[in-house]
Design a protein around this ligand. Sequence first.
Ligand code: V47
Ligand code: SF4
Length: 374
Amino acid sequence: MNQEIPHQNETLNTISQKVLRGDRINVDECVSLYEHGDIGFLGQLADSIRLKRHGKNTFFNRNFHIEPTNVCVFSCNFCSYSRQYKNREDGWELSIDQMLEKVKAYDGQPITEVHIVGGVHPKMDLEFFTKLLRSIKSIRPDLHIKGFTAVELDYMIRKAGVDYKTGLSMLNQAGLDSLPGGGAEIFDSEIRNQICADKCTADEWLEIHQTAHEIGMASNATMLYGHIENYRHRALHMLRLRNLQDQTKGFNTFIPLKFRNKDNDMSNIPETTMVEDLKNYAVSRIFMDNFPHIKAYWPMIGRETAAMSLSFGVDDLDGTIDDSTKIYSMAGSEEQNPALSTEELVKLIRDAGKTPVERDTLYNIVRTFEGVYQ
Ligand code: V47
Ligand code: SF4
């Protein structure tokens, strides 16, 4: 029997019935949810979808990050992190040996994933990264390597003078297992021109992910929200991802990323409220009906909002992270030194009334926690 989540607004009532029947909503309906949906209504609707898909299960993984460099040839206005190539005070560039040291530091620890992402350095090319991938696999073959945003990939593959399929296949053969979701920002070209004019276009981003899916690599997708975009831009962004997912089924997770305004060229824009963030998770869960998972990146929004997001459609918290990516701490995220032990993450999930499940990158279950850490 279908539960009912009625609303006195007729449009929202119709949307609610549609969603509970398992029907897909369109862009106008998505915008109506953003504009008129109150937090209680959106939370209930999103939670009902989450419950149908995953019950109370809440996934996390054990991973660590490597950021090869913060030197970047691009100049996204929202970025607090990149250092121009020619002006490299407080820029860093790690050698392959330095990155291998970071991997070796986790010897013997039950880490399942390394997430490699950074700035776009003109000298770190396809050859450099295939060498890095091979070296990591030679010392830790079991480690899943999730690496490089479409922005980094577009640059390195173009520079190597090959097409996306060839470049991605070379990286895949060298050890790259899947792609993270970064670089998507907002696909609308007018917004993109104002916030990140010089990096890969929306079409290029989507083509890279499509190609990765076609050669058997899974990926994630993100949306940078809460700056100059409006609700329709968000809905249209998600629509393009939903359409591609219909075709390839290669996306695992959708990750809304809240814009943080510290020390960047968009610092004049106020940040969204927690209520807005929770509503955005809920609308994402409702609209992205073919994405298996919605992830809250807790180092960015803080553990309190992350815990609450679990009742707004989110079923995945990013892993236990020691060496967090500086792209957020430098932009003013809640967690300046984010590290949660597995025990703390399990407690956070349980306190929110959900069931913790450790997963690997591809959502195979690694461990459940019944009777553990009670
Ligand atoms: O594309 C940069 C974002 C992204 C800011 O796939 C900012 O599992 C907010 O995509 N405020 C890169 N966001 C990181 C990323 C990611 C993170 C965690 C997990 C996964 C995954 C992917 O960071 C960029 C950009 O959208 N970003 N600056 C800022 N000021
Ligand atoms: Fe470079 Fe990424 Fe920062 Fe843009 S967001 S400037 S591509 S590091």
